[in-house]
Design a protein around this ligand. Structure first.
Ligand code: NDP
Length: 338
C-alpha cells in the first residue's frame, strides 16, 4: 500500500527537496497540491507532475490522501495542521510549527490525541555528519562535552528574499528560520536540552519591517554545556560549521549546516586527528523514510512534534532575550504534553 501525500503549500522547499524525497520512497506518492491561488496550484501541479491541484485545505483534505506535508508560510501552519489532524491525516509540518510554542503545543497535543503520526521537518538531524557527531559523543570519544559552537550564517538566496525579510506577521526573521534548526541540531547532537538562552539580533541591511536578519545566541544546557550560535541571512562568504569540544577531544565539522549531504567531521584527540566517515544519503529522503516507517508503527519520525516545540520555544526565548536584554529560562518540562 502506498502513502498518498497531499502538499499544503506550493512552496520552493517542496519543489526543491520534498517532492523528490516522497518519490524516493518505494511506497511514496504525491497525490495532490494545494495553493491559495488556483492558477498557481495548476501550474505547480503541471510543472511537478502532480495529478491533482486544489485551492483550499478542505478540498485537499477531502481528496484520497493519507498524509499532508505543510510548507506554507509560518503563520498558516497551526490552522492547517489542526484541520489535517481533525481529518485524520498524518502530518509532516515545516518548522517553525507555529508562531508561538503555546500554539505548537496545542497542535502536537491534538495530533497525539487523534493517534496520527506528527513530525517536524528538521532536516539536519538526518545528516550523516550530525549523526556521526552524536554517536561519537555518546560513545565517549570526546570525553565530557564542555562547549559547542554553531556557524550557521548564510546568504539568503534572491529567490527567497520575500516574506522572510518583509513580513513579521508571516513569521519572518532569521531566528524563526534558522535558530530553530540550530536548537534542534544542538539538542540532537548533544543529547541534551537547553535551559537558558541569551541573544543579540541585528538588522544588517537585508530585512525590513523591524525583522532581524542576523542573530548570535548563547545557550546553557541541562548538563552544564554552554554553546554559541550564529544565524544570518547576509553573510555571503562565511561558510558553515559545528564544533563540540570535550574534556578528551574535539569534533570539528565543516560545511555541515546545509540542506545537502556534504561536509566533513574531524575528531581531534591526544592520539591525533581522524576524519569520521558517514553516509551521504539525502537528508529529506531519510526523513521521509522514517516518517513512512512511523506510519507503519515502526518507530517515530526523525524529529517529532515535541522536538518542534523545543526548537520553537528556544527561538522564542532568543527573540525575547534580544528584546529585553536579559537571558531567558526555558521550562524543563517543555516537551511533556501531560
Ligand atoms: P516559499 O516562499 O517558496 O513558499 C511559501 C508560500 O508562498 C507558498 O505556500 C505559496 O503560497 C507562496 N508562494 C511561493 N512561491 C510563490 C510565487 N512565486 N508567487 C506567489 N506565491 C508564492 O517558502 P519556502 O519553501 O522557502 O518555505 C516554506 C516553509 O518551509 C516555511 O515554513 C519555511 O520555514 C520552511 N522551510 C524549511 C526548510 C527545511 O529545510 N526544513 C527549508 C526551507 C523552508 P500558496 O501555497 O498559497 O501558493
Amino acid at each position: 500500500m502506498s502513502v498518498r501525500w497531499g502538499l499544503i503549500g506550493a512552496s520552493t522547499i517542496a519543489k526543491q527537496f520534498m517532492i523528490n524525497a516522497i518519490r524516493a520512497q518505494a511506497d511514496g506518492e504525491v497525490a495532490a497540491v494545494m495553493s491559495s491561488n488556483p492558477e498557481r496550484a495548476k501550474a505547480y501541479a503541471s510543472e511537478n507532475g502532480i495529478p491533482a491541484a486544489v485551492s483550499t485545505v478542505d478540498a485537499l483534505l477531502g481528496a484520497d490522501i493519507d498524509a499532508v506535508y505543510i510548507s506554507t508560510t509560518n503563520e498558516l501552519h497551526l490552522e492547517q495542521g489542526l484541520a489535517a489532524i481533525e481529518a485524520g491525516k498524518h502530518v509532516l509540518c515545516e518548522k517553525p510549527l507555529a508562531l508561538t510554542s503555546v500554539d505548537a503545543k496545542q497542535m502536537v497535543a491534538a495530533a497525539k490525541a487523534a493517534g496520527i503520526v506528527f513530525g517536524t521537518n528538521h532536516h539536519l538531524r538526518n545528516a550523516g555528519a550530525h549523526r556521526a557527531m552524536r554517536e561519537a559523543i555518546a560513545a565517549g570519544r570526546i570525553g565530557k562535552p564542555i562547549a559547542a559552537r554553531v556557524f550557521h550564517s548564510v546568504f539568503l538566496p534572491e529567490n527567497l528574499q520575500g516574506w522572510r525579510i518583509t513580513r513579521p506577521e508571516a513569521g519572518g526573521g532569521v531566528v524563526l528560520d534558522i535558530t530553530v534548526h540550530d536548537a534542534d541540531t544542538l539538542r540532537f547532537v548533544l543529547g541534551d536540552d537547553p535551559v537558558e538562552i541569551s541573544a543579540f539580533t541585528q538588522s544588517a541591511g537585508m530585512a525590513g519591517s523591524g525583522l532581524e536578519d542576523g542573530a548570535m545566541c548563547i545557550w546553557r544546557f541541562k548538563s552544564g554545556v554552554i554553546a554559541q550560535s550564529h544565524e544570518g541571512f547576509t553573510t555571503k562568504f562565511a561558510g558553515t560549521g559545528f564544533e563540540v569540544h570535550g574534556s578528551e577531544g574535539s569534533l570539528i565539522a565543516t560545511n555541515v549546516m546545509t540542506q545537502k549531504p556534504v561536509g566533513s567531521v574531524l575528531l581531534r584527540t591526544a592520539s591525533g586527528e581522524e576524519e569520521l566517515s558517514f553516509d551521504r544519503e539525502d537528508l529529506y529522503t531519510r526523513s521521509l523514510r522514517q516518517f513512512h516507517a512511523a506510519i507503519r508503527g515502526e518507530g517515530q519520525p526523525s524529529a517529532t512534534g515535541e522536538d518542534g516545540i523545543w526548537s520553537l520555544a528556544s527561538a522564542e526565548a532568543a527573540l525575547q532575550s534580544s528584546k529585553t536584554g536579559k537571558s531567558v529560562m526555558i521550562d524543563p518540562q517543555l516537551g511533556s504534553l501531560a
